[in-house]
Unconditional design. Structure first.
Length: 79
């Protein structure tokens, strides 16, 4: 599952990069392009959590604060 999430992140980044090559798309859709990048970052961070030997340690190393907070809440609920 971690490898699939990492692959998904690569695919999403590739899509975002391709769209950024078009100056009109870049000019008209900057916020959406940033959203695509954020989705890729989240997928990559979640793949790293899944690869970690200890889930709680993996969650603590997530660099996106909002994602880390949500994952912490999920792992606390799961007990």
């Amino acid at each position: 599952m971690a490898a699939l999430l990492a692959e998904l992140a690569d695919d999403i980044e590739g899509l975002g990069s391709a769209l950024c090559c078009d100056p009109e798309v870049l000019k008209n859709h900057m916020v959406n392009l940033q959203g695509i990048d954020l989705v890729a970052q989240k997928a990559r961070q979640m793949s790293l959590v899944l690869e970690a030997d200890c889930v709680s340690q993996g969650v603590s190393e997530v660099r996106l604060e909002t994602l880390r907070s949500r994952l912490e809440a999920i792992t606390e609920q799961a007990g």
